[in-house]
Design a protein around this ligand. Structure first.
Ligand SMILES: [Cu+2]
Length: 111
């Protein structure tokens, strides 16, 4: 059976990040979203993304993957690893795994 540790870690990170920004006014409060890589696919892109939000990438697969958007981010994750990126600009942001060109996704980020 596969370990649930990466999921647990992502949940804990999300909780910690939420607690850290709880004191900010609602309009300025960044949020943390999780995208899981599993079975050679990216999980669904979260709705309601805003500039300043964080994406936590969780690689639950048996393969190394990246989440790569040209000029914006390049997260390289071993199996079981996780990493994070902060969304720095609004717009439609296409991303891909550099090792598996069939793995793609799109983030829609508002200002
Ligand atoms: Cu990949």
């Amino acid at each position: 059976m596969r370990s649930a540790d990466p999921t647990r870690r992502a949940v804990l990170l999300t909780v910690a990040a939420s607690a850290a920004v709880a004191a900010l006014p609602a309009t300025a409060r960044p949020r943390t979203h999780t995208i899981v890589m599993e079975k050679m696919r990216f999980g669904p892109s979260p709705a309601g993304l805003r500039v300043g939000d964080t994406i936590v990438w969780v690689n639950r697969d048996l393969f190394r993957h990246t989440a790569t958007a040209r000029d914006l981010f390049d997260v390289d994750l071993a199996p079981g690893a996780s990493g994070r990126t902060v969304l720095r600009r609004a717009g439609r942001i296409a991303y891909v795994c550099r090792f598996h060109p069939g793995m793609t996704g799109v983030l829609t980020v508002s200002a």
